[in-house]
Design a protein around this ligand. Structure first.
Ligand code: NAP
Length: 328
């Protein structure tokens, strides 16, 4: 039996692992079979992680975090969690391989997944011109005309990156004002290959075997028009990955895992949560890393109290100030 299992291998998961390993808790990190390293694996240059004044590529940053965790004794398993049992003192994690692991504490740091537009053609043509990852699929769009949907930092970053391959990149945004930070906006606006289409939403994605165009709906007057192109990258935000804990942990109205104030304590003693899965607002690599630190320190205190009392240190019913939360 382990003292702590960490589910997730993004900045929150690996930072929790670094701290837990340095505290001699021998953490086991379940890193996912296909998405190990989290969202930064799909990013190009990270310019705002402190300590890297020249910037660092997302995958390189994650490799360094993993190396740092392993250096202190964290063990990393590349598998997916299929079930998490949160009841009782001992928590059980079941993996895709069928193997189960037990622990006194679990840090849930599963991050978030790209949000879908939710229209017919999107699902049908996913992987055939519809993509959620510019760094993964940009190469396939050499000299093609493509679009990026969204007005946040992700959309600006993807659009700018995609101009390396595409002959033209439309940015389709539902308002006439971007949500992205000034520096990311300016970079995209200055790029001659990028054309902004304002006040427009994607009503349909056209094509039989591959994307051939979009139907755009004007969000001001409701009129529609077709835009011929070869591919579309959806960058409209992310949703917290909570499917493993539905009806097991309290969730917030935003769909993130509820935690007690600034701590990582969830509604179930012994289960801690960190990173994007608890954060509907900031969602930065560095805030996720800080949140992973909090989780590891909370786990340390919990285990110490558990050791002394021989029973869980916190009872969910004793947690004060529970906000309006939903069980999804
Ligand atoms: P975001 O900031 O939530 O932006 C999502 C964008 O998609 C918004 O412009 C939103 O429009 C639009 N949108 C949402 N749902 C939509 C829908 N159904 N149809 C059409 N448009 C829709 O998400 P993000 O860009 O992924 O960024 C998330 C966080 O990561 C942010 O905190 C961001 O700063 C950070 N990030 C940072 C960097 C960087 O610093 N290098 C890079 C990427 C992301 P509205 O504006 O109208 O709501």
């Amino acid at each position: 039996m382990r003292q702590v299992i960490i589910i997730g291998s993004g900045p929150a998961g690996y930072t929790a692992a670094i701290y837990a390993a340095r505290a001699n808790l021998n953490p086991l990190v379940i890193a996912s079979s296909v998405e190990a390293g989290g969202e930064l694996m799909n990013t190009t240059e990270v310019e705002n992680f402190p300590g890297f004044p020249e910037g660092i590529m997302g995958p390189d940053l994650m490799a360094k975090m993993q190396e740092q965790a392993e250096r202190f004794g964290a063990e990393v398993v590349y598998d997916d969690v299929t079930e998490l049992s949160v009841d009782g003192r001992v928590k059980t994690v079941t993996l895709g391989s069928g193997k189960t692991h037990e622990a006194d504490a679990v840090v849930f740091a599963t991050g978030s997944a790209p949000r879908k537009i939710g229209i017919d053609g999107e699902q049908r043509l996913s992987g055939r011109g519809v993509s959620y990852c510019a760094t993964c699929d940009g190469f396939f769009f050499r000299e093609k005309v493509i679009a990026v949907v969204g007005g946040g930092d992700s959309a600006m970053e993807e659009a700018t990156f995609l101009t390396k391959f595409a002959s033209k990149v439309y940015v389709i945004h539902r308002r006439d004002e971007l949500r992205a930070s000034k520096i990311m906006q300016e970079r995209a606006i200055k790029n001659e290959k990028i054309e902004f289409i304002w006040n427009a939403e994607v009503a349909d994605i056209l094509g039989d075997d591959a994307v051939s165009g979009l139907v755009l709906r004007d969000t001001v007057d409701g009129s529609t028009r077709e835009l011929p192109l070869d591919g579309v990258f959806v960058a409209i935000g992310n949703d917290p990955r909570t499917h493993l804990v539905h009806e097991k942990l309290e969730l917030t109205p935003e769909g993130t895992v509820w935690v007690d104030g600034r701590s990582s304590r969830t509604s179930v003693p012994g289960i801690f949560a960190a990173g994007d899965v608890i954060d509907p607002t900031y969602r930065q690599a560095v805030t996720a890393a800080g949140s992973g630190t909090v989780a590891a320190l909370d786990v340390e205190h919990y285990l110490a109290a558990l050791g002394e009392a021989g029973e869980p240190a916190v009872d969910a019913a004793e947690i004060d100030g529970l906000p309006e939360a939903s069980i999804a």
